[in-house]
Ligand binder design. Structure first.
Ligand SMILES: [Zn+2]
Length: 74
């Protein structure tokens, strides 16, 4: 039986929440909540060789600038 469940890196678009302290993997600045700004972040689950490796955070704009390394965010 073919293994059709190879885990791949993927990205999702989420609102930035208060208390978020992740650093952007593209520009290196904190992905910070700003009141009234409705900022978005991209959270990517990165898989290496079919195994989960790490989570990367991006500012939504930075993710576009980085040419969407993990595909279009869901
Ligand atoms: Zn950034």
């Amino acid at each position: 039986m073919a293994n059709a469940t190879v885990m791949k890196s993927r990205a999702v678009l989420r609102p930035i929440e208060p208390g978020n302290s992740a650093m952007c993997a593209h520009c290196g600045a904190p992905v910070k909540f700003v009141a009234r700004a409705q900022l978005k972040q991209v959270i990517a689950n990165v898989y290496k060789d079919g195994q989960w490796d790490r989570v990367e955070h991006y500012h939504a704009d930075c993710y576009d600038e980085a040419s969407k390394p993990y595909g279009d965010p869901a």
